[in-house]
Design a protein around this ligand. Sequence first.
Ligand code: ADP
Length: 206
Amino acid sequence: MFVIGLTGGIGSGKSTVADLFAARGVPIVDTDLIAHRITAPHGVAMAQIAQAFGAEFVAPDGSMDRARMRTLVFGDESARKRLEAITHPLIRSETERETREANGPYVIVVVPLLVESGTWKTRVDRVLTVDCSVETQIARVMRRNAFTREQVLAIIARQATREARLAAADDVVVNDNGATLETLGHDVEALHQTFLTLAAKRADKA
Ligand code: ADP
């Protein structure tokens, strides 16, 4: 399967762009959804989380107590690493399974932290970065999540820089001021045709 890794900073428009590919019949594998699912009630990460952190981190319904875990890992880097040592391999294997089982000419894997975490870049065939200015990110996320400017800036500070994401990209969708669903639709359509061609070439070789 030909795999595109879709990335971008918070509020850049990853979900918006992924939806436009999905509308063209492209299967989407979303690593955020997978991360949520493995820590949902009786998700595959829960036994290990209970063992490593204690039963008090498991909510009565069998899901991870997210508020409690957030508080813990916020101030404790080693706890964050322990949690990630459990979740990251599971996210990776679930992503690989969903990618294998996807039906389509190619698949898009949405990986917000593609540049930041580990070996994602080597495990996709091509990286598509959604790009916009930091000011645009701030405005969008303040509106979408009702966050303060400082809250958004704190999240952005933990992510890779705009330059690092652009450096990792094979393709870029510019989603800044002036971009509308219509202009994004044109950009996505052009990329879709490119990806179809590349996927067909790959299939010929296989
Ligand atoms: P991400 O998935 O990268 O965090 P989203 O696709 O959720 O970003 O976009 C962030 C917010 O900005 C959403 O509320 C979305 O509807 C809005 N948005 C995205 N692109 C545009 C645009 N070109 N014009 C106006 N609003 C946009």
